[in-house]
Design a protein around this ligand. Structure first.
Ligand SMILES: [Fe+2]
Length: 407
């Protein structure tokens, strides 16, 4: 962990835990039962978070936190959040660093949310609509912004990506997630204020349904990616000479993108595409794919159809929409002599050019039935000899820089 990440954690721990302990000290014993009840209700949601992407987990705590804050005030909401998070993280064996960070960030988020809510709230009356609608909306916004920012900063600091990129990448899902919870939270407050306090518990079943729907949607995306990567690995494993090929190509592609200073979003796109770039070979029979002799004209045509096949498989999937073009074009050449479309230099996506170099290097440095693996120096010489014709000169230069740095 970098010193910046350590400093950030230290500040969040210091501020967050101070708020949490102060909230705990202000706790009225008469309200202890309510705290225990909400800890019991909220903990199951926190134990099974919704994985929005590889970096983001969300839970439905937002709806519960906000309702408790409006009904009982910030200190009770912070105390419930601290207990729920601690129990869930202990059961999930997340370790002390994550546990203390989660407790701290919820404490800071709720404290600031409470401050903003009280700033806009009509103090003469208890929560009343429509008078306090503005206060409710402002409080919701502050919660979402602070909560997301506090987490985004630590993810960015520990994964070498920018906060802006992380927020932009998952903005749609995050906004959709929180928007669906604002009315639920408001309904809980209305039921509490205008009916019997226990009627707000009626919201728990729809909340659980929302939770399950989001979990299913999020896991479907992740499972789709995993399934396609497993299929790509199967293609590699059909030939003992190409085992792990796609994984290595994705790693090389990531290093080249880094060396070429591409944006975080392009880096991720190219790595994702590299991981499944040969998926289209799934339709090629073993007699052709594993043939050690020379391919006939017809067999060559079948092999060369694999980028288009992968494109057709991946194009309909939202996650691979942009990446499928890179995969379709990874055998194109700068001089226009590649396949399947014979595209020329400027019409080829930089990602396809990067995968072409990574793919060729890995093929050259792996054993094949008809030849031994080339040495690194021989492969570099081959890349240089074909720079400007087959390969993009900028990509070749960046990759050779990386290979030389590794010596
Ligand atoms: Fe290929």
């Amino acid at each position: 962990m970098t010193w910046k990440a350590k400093l950030y954690l230290f500040v969040i721990y210091l501020v967050g835990l101070s708020i949490a302990f102060y909230a705990f000290s202000k706790l009225d014993k008469n309200i202890l039962l309510i705290v225990i009840l909400w800890v019991i209700i909220a903990t199951p949601f926190e134990i099974k978070p919704i994985q929005v992407s590889t970096d983001w987990h969300y839970t439905l705590s937002f709806a519960i936190h906000l309702s408790l804050l409006i009904i009982y005030g910030s200190w009770i909401a912070i105390t419930v959040a601290a207990f729920v998070t601690s129990i869930a993280d202990l059961l999930g064996k997340k370790g002390p660093v994550k546990l203390i960070f989660n407790v701290s960030q919820f404490s800071i988020t709720l404290y600031l949310t409470g401050t903003v809510y009280n700033l806009f709230k009509n103090r003469d009356i208890p929560f009343l609509l429509p008078d306090d609608l503005l206060a409710f909306i402002c409080a919701s916004l502050i919660y979402v912004v602070i909560n997301t920012l506090l987490v985004a900063v630590i993810v960015a600091l520990t994964s070498n990506r920018s906060v802006f990129y992380l927020l932009k990448r998952d903005a749609r899902m995050v906004v959709m997630f929180f928007l669906s919870l604002v009315p639920i939270s408001m309904l809980m407050v209305i039921l509490y204020k205008e009916h019997h306090p226990l009627t707000m518990l009626l919201i728990i079943p729809p909340l659980a349904f929302t939770h399950t729907s989001f979990r299913n949607y999020a896991s479907l995306k992740i499972e789709t990616r995993k399934t396609l990567e497993i299929l790509a690995d199967f293609v590699d494993c059909r030939d003992r000479y190409t085992a792990e090929h796609s994984k290595r190509v994705a790693q090389y592609a990531n290093l080249i993108s880094e060396e070429m200073n591409l944006s975080d979003s392009d880096k991720e796109l190219i790595e994702l595409a590299g991981r499944v770039h040969d998926l289209g070979k799934i339709t090629i029979s073993d007699s052709i794919l594993l043939k050690s002799g020379k391919l006939t004209g017809e067999e060559k045509k079948i092999v060369q159809s694999h980028p288009e096949v992968a494109y057709k498989i991946l194009r309909p999937l939202q996650m691979y929409k942009r990446g499928s073009i890179i995969i379709r074009d990874h055998h194109e050449r700068c001089d226009g002599k590649g396949y399947p479309r014979g595209l020329k230099d400027k019409s080829i996506h930089i990602g396809a050019k990067i995968i072409a170099v990574a793919d060729a290097y890995d093929a050259m440095t792996s054993d094949r039935p008809y030849r031994k693996a080339m040495t690194k120096e021989e492969a570099i010489a081959e890349l240089e000899a074909n720079s400007g014709t087959q390969f993009d000169p900028g990509v070749v230069k960046a990759f050779i820089n990386i290979l030389k740095k590794r010596d």
